[in-house]
Design a protein. Sequence first.
Length: 137
Amino acid sequence: MEHRIVNVDNAILGRAGSYIAKELLKGNSVDVINSEKIIVSGRKELIVEKILKKRRMGRGGSLKGPTYIRKSDRLLKRMLRGMLPWDKTKGREAYKRLKCYVANGRFKDEEIKNAITFDHQKPFRYTTMKEIVEALE
């Protein structure tokens, strides 16, 4: 059981998410920092419309139903949950070991320097998690 700090500044959601999910399933605990700066490929309007559509499904007097968060760290954690086997015990245990932070969180500069970073080529059309959250409000 190791403790990993992952800096997702300018990282693509799918590629960073697959790495994070694998580390969680191995039994490691993962802290994600700069979650508002992660890149989601595609047009912002389509991504926001998909989230709003799922949010509207829970309306109509239902206390249950899909609820979508309006904060970037919580939204990232919810998106990463989709990459884990949530219907199995190992997926739920792995999800408990995941923590997401806006900006640097509670970490010191020396810990941030040793954090795992991603160096991907940016896609043609992309938006950041911060822009998506601002469009949802």
